[in-house]
Design a protein around this ligand. Structure first.
Ligand code: GRF
Length: 208
């Protein structure tokens, strides 16, 4: 089976990296993780190394220099799709344009609500009863590209830490599925298997 070459950009704990890795072990998954790029030493970087992925650490540089090196590495590895997974730098419009429609991101809010940082704090501060995450295409405006998938769950007596735990648990289910669908539909132009899905799992609604 022809597979899309994937790169993950990460700066954090790496739970979504692990989820994409796990999904890619399934023969029917249409992507192969070829390169992990981190902008600092972080658990995601260590995890990628321990899983024997090719890794590139590009730290302490301006975003332009970071992107220049990253771009060369992506071309070298013939990358078809970049998945941002807890990547804590904002990519320049120039880079986004070069990789137009080939960068996905997972953001921990139900966009367009709460783009940017500190989404969990904002949920708690505003007493919101619903929280969730969004997978979207990256465009030149922060957290504003086309929405590909979301989930939503009820906030109960959650505190900051339990919100993060819940968010990540469900992100780790959503992100690989959205990537799977996006590769088939957008990269391979093959959408006959992919009707829009609405799934209820433990009272959490997933839509993608
Ligand atoms: C996720 O919650 C994601 O939505 C946000 O950063 C976090 C990354 O988590 N962009 P991990 O590093 O994948 O565990």
């Amino acid at each position: 089976m022809n597979k899309a070459n994937l790169s993950i950009f990460a700066s954090g704990a790496g739970s979504n990296l692990l989820a994409i890795h796990d999904a890619s072990l399934d023969k029917s998954f249409p992507g192969k993780l070829q390169l992990v790029i981190c902008n600092k030493v972080c658990p995601a970087f260590e995890l990628a190394k321990s899983l024997n992925y090719e890794t590139k650490l590009i730290s302490n540089l301006s975003i332009e220099k970071f992107e220049l090196i990253a771009h060369q590495e992506l071309i070298k590895k013939k990358i078809d799709l970049i998945c941002l997974a807890g990547f804590m730098r904002i990519l320049s419009p120039n880079f986004v344009l070069k990789w137009q429609n080939k960068i996905l991101n997972i953001h921990p809010s139900i966009l367009p609500m709460f783009p940017g940082l500190d989404t969990h704090k904002k949920i708690l501060l505003n007493g919101l009863k619903i929280h969730g995450s969004t997978v979207h295409i990256v465009n030149e405006k922060l957290d504003s590209g086309k929405i590909l998938g979301q989930f939503a769950f009820a906030v109960k007596s959650d505190d900051y830490n339990s919100l993060i735990r819940n968010i990540k648990k469900y992100e780790n289910l959503l992100y690989p599925e959205v990537i799977r669908k996006y590769i088939w539909t957008f990269l391979f132009k093959e959408d006959k298997f992919f009707k829009d899905k609405k799934i209820h799992l433990n009272n959490v609604v997933f839509s993608y």
